[in-house]
Each structure stands twice: as C-alpha cells, then as structure tokens.
Design a protein around this ligand. Structure first.
Ligand code: UFG
Length: 333
C-alpha cells in the first residue's frame, strides 16, 4: 500500500514515516524542507521536495503513483510566530490544505489522517479536555488548525473520502534509538530548550509567566511521546481501512505537568543544574492543556507505551546529547 506523508521531513512526520516503513508501507514524502530535514527522512522513503501551496507540486506527486492514504503534517506550528505573522499561517496551513483536498478529490484518494492540535480548544477551563469541549483558539495557529479541521469535514461530507483528525497535545521525546529527534532552527518548545540549557548550549532559560492560576504559577501541558503519536497515525489508518467513519481524537497522556515540574524532572535525568529566569507571559499561551484521550484508546485501540515524563525526557536527552547540532551533526558524519 502506498501512502503519502506530507511534512514527512519534520519532527512528528519523520517518526511516522519511520514507523510506516518498518510496518511495510511504501512511503512517499512531500516536504518543502523549510523546517524539515532531508536527513530525517527514512532512506527507503521517496522524497519529493515541494510545497502544498503549489498545485503543480501536488499534481507531480499524485499523478505519478496511486496513493491510497495521505498523512498531512505540513503546517507552520509555532504559537508566538503565528501571533506575529498570522497571514503566513493562513496561507501555509489553510490555503495549502485547500490545495491538498482538491488534489485528493481529483485523484480519488480515499483516506486522510490530519495533524490537528490541542490549540483548537484555547483555554478550555477544565482538565482533562474531551473532544466535545468548546472550540475557541487563542491564537492564529489554533485558528488555522480549526479552519483546516472544518474544511476537511465539509470536504469529506461531499466526497467519498474519509478522514481522521488527531488533536495532539504537546509532542515531545525522540526515537528511543536516538537516530531522529526534534530539531527546529529556532527552538521555542519547552523540553528541547530545557535540554539545550542542561547541555550548556544556552546560559539559562526563561519561564514565561509565573503567576498563572496553577499550583506553582506556571503553565500546565500534557506531554506525549512522539513514538506514541506515530503509532496513533497507523491505528487511525487501520481504523478507516476497517470501515471506521470519519472522526476526531485527542492524543495525550491525560497527565499535566507544569513548566517548573518539567525543569525539575530534566534536572534529575541530566544531572545538570538548569539556570532559569522569569520572563513575561508569552502571547497566546493557554493556562492548562490536558487531554481526555479515552476515545482514542477505546476506538483506535491506542495505548501510549512511553507515557511517563521521565521516559519522554530521557529519550529527548539521548537525542540532544548525541546530536547537539541536531541533523547537522548527522550530516557531518
Ligand atoms: N515555555 C517556557 N519557556 C520556554 C519555552 C516554553 O516557559 O523557553 C512554556 C510555554 O510558555 C508553555 C509551555 O512551556 O507554557 C510549553 O510550551 P511549548 O512551546 O513547548 O508548547 P506550546 O504548548 O506552546 O505549544 C505546543 C505546540 C503547538 C501545539 C500545542 C498544543 O508547539 O503546536 O503544543 O498543546 F498546538
């Protein structure tokens, strides 16, 4: 079975490609390599360098091979950047997805597994958050994810295609073997920043806001191992191929950790002292995002295997320690 992974050179995409190949799928990757890395793509996958904003690029891939399913990871995904540059997010994320859906329709592609986000909930006001919670994004990134989800719903209703939207909470960790991991040119995510500080590559790190209404004043997130996320994508495809209907699922562990708790756990894993300073709150940051993920467990038969924060940080630490320059370290070898 041939599947297309758009954004397969990115963080979550590359881990999913790896798993798909190991499970025997024929995998084509389409990635513009603006934030993704050629070195992250499994050597047995076929890589097309192209952009979903270009119908021509999409047609080049779809006209070449019969594709049964698409995994759509390609999106800009930094909350802060989206607040500063919302139009870029609408163009990349929403317009790009519109092109993809049109192309899938004309080539009669049956299944779409879409990377959505907990950012669609905004400040849900309760934890854990079920899929039925009100959808009220706090930033343009979340707005574009919600717009894409809704566009996909209407597209599927008018075609023979089916979809699964997966609302990720905070993806973290790395492939346990240490071959691939998280590598952003400008890092904004908590766990990589904490570990870069532990490695001494940053003199200190900043905690954005210490007076949130939480037990220690810092924001709470539900960190989920990237390999568990990858697994959920495979299960989502199996679910659709077995006749399951279009659906939406949260993907998280159901446990929340504050920024300070993450730093404390990282100090234990790395045996390093992690210097911090308190900085102003970041625009568009929800107070608390914790998943109710029973639906995915029940219907997709998804069971996160690497659910402890310790293991997530451990695997991320292995990646950062041995690849301090990310994929540049690998390219040099
Ligand atoms: N944080 C710090 N200091 C840092 C980096 C982050 O205090 O140097 C804090 C943030 O303010 C936030 C928490 O750590 O409270 C987590 O921040 P991340 O940037 O790691 O993750 P976000 O929760 O902002 O966003 C991530 C993804 C989004 C996704 C969201 C869903 O980047 O794509 O999770 O939960 F939508």
């Amino acid at each position: 079975m041939t599947v297309l992974v758009i954004g397969g050179a990115g963080y979550i995409g590359s881990h999913t490609v790896d798993l798909l190949i190991n499970k025997g799928y024929e995998v084509i990757v389409l990635d513009n390599l603006l934030t993704g890395h050629r070195e992250a793509v499994h050597e047995e996958a076929t890589l097309y360098v192209g952009d979903i904003r270009s119908l021509e690029d999409l047609n080049a891939v779809f006209s070449n091979k019969r594709i049964e399913a698409v995994f759509h990871f390609a999106a800009q995904s930094t909350v802060n950047e989206s607040v500063k540059n919302p139009m870029q997010y609408y163009e990349n994320n929403v317009y790009g997805t519109m092109n993809l859906l049109k192309t899938m329709e004309s080539s009669h592609t049956k299944y779409l597994i879409f990377s959505s986000s907990a950012a669609v909930y905004g400040n849900a006001g309760k934890a854990p958050i079920p899929e039925t919670a009100p959808l009220a994004p706090l930033n343009p990134y979340g707005e574009t994810k919600l717009a894409m989800e809704r566009m996909i719903t209407w597209w599927a209703a008018s075609s023979k295609s089916k979809y699964i939207s997966l609302r990720y909470f905070n993806a973290a960790g790395a492939k346990s073997s240490g071959e691939i991991g998280e590598d952003h040119a400008i890092e904004t995510h908590l766990i990589p920043i904490v570990l870069q500080t532990a490695l001494g590559r940053r003199k200190k790190m900043y905690i954005y806001g210490e007076d949130y209404p939480t037990s220690d004043g810092t924001c709470i997130r539900d960190y989920i191992h990237v390999e568990d996320l990858a697994e959920a994508h495979l299960l989502a495809l199996t679910y659709l191929r077995n006749g399951g209907e279009s659906n939406v699922f949260n993907l998280g562990n159901g446990s929340g950790y504050s920024v300070k708790e993450v730093i404390a756990e990282a100090e234990k894993v790395t045996h390093a002292n992690i210097p911090i300073s308190i900085a102003p709150k970041r625009a568009g940051d929800p107070v608390c995002l914790v998943a109710a993920a029973e639906k995915a467990q029940k219907e997709l038969l998804w069971l996160p295997k690497k659910s402890s924060l310790r293991q997530i940080i451990n695997d991320a630490w292995k990646w950062h320690k041995y690849n301090p320059d990310g994929f540049k370290t690998i390219a040099k070898m």
